[in-house]
Design a protein around this ligand. Structure first.
Ligand SMILES: [Zn+2]
Length: 169
């Protein structure tokens, strides 16, 4: 099932998500739906709050569906180490059409649980490190624009407000 994606301005995107506590069939169904929703939107990552569910869960696939081994499910993820720096264009399915150079660690290590509740640790570099940090941010109620300069962030907020007023958001 493909969910509609919640856009910036909705409260669910800006509050910390509730921990995943039940590792059962309904979680697996939700994970499958999140992958379906993410692929349909051509995204490389999707956090549960982006479909209106305040749950500490995200899916990532930096291969855009080309490599089955690249599919990642992270429940209750926590960035436990980060090093280096990269500044690349970043976007978000909840802020469609807005992209901006965003500073992120070059390498990041995350500790999380898989859909069966088993804990694992994963390290990523480049785009994967960016995706891990971007999704972990979502689950803490933070969007990528919080990493931009105030000037840039205010400009995006202003444009969004205009679009909301015009009924285009
Ligand atoms: Zn996002």
């Amino acid at each position: 099932m493909i969910y509609p994606i919640v856009k910036y301005g909705q409260e669910v995107l800006e509050k910390p998500a509730a921990p995943v506590a039940q590792f059962d069939g309904s979680l697996e169904k939700l994970v499958a739906d999140m992958f379906e929703t993410m692929y349909a939107a051509n995204g490389v990552g999707l956090a549960a709050p982006q479909i209106g569910i305040s749950l500490n869960l995200c899916v990532i696939d930096v291969s855009c569906g080309h490599d089955p081994n690249a599919k990642l499910v992270l429940a209750n993820p926590q960035i436990i180490a980060a090093e280096g720096e990269q500044v690349e264009e970043e976007g978000c399915l909840s802020l469609p059409d807005f992209r901006a150079k965003t500073r992120r660690p070059l390498r990041a290590t995350v500790r999380a649980q898989d859909p069966s509740g088993t804990e694992f640790t994963l390290s990523g570099e480049g785009l994967l490190a960016r995706a891990l940090c971007h999704e972990a941010d979502h689950l803490g109620g933070k969007l990528f624009i919080s990493h931009l300069s105030r000037l840039k962030r205010d400009s995006i907020k202003r444009q969004v407000r205009k679009m909301i007023k015009a009924g285009e958001w």
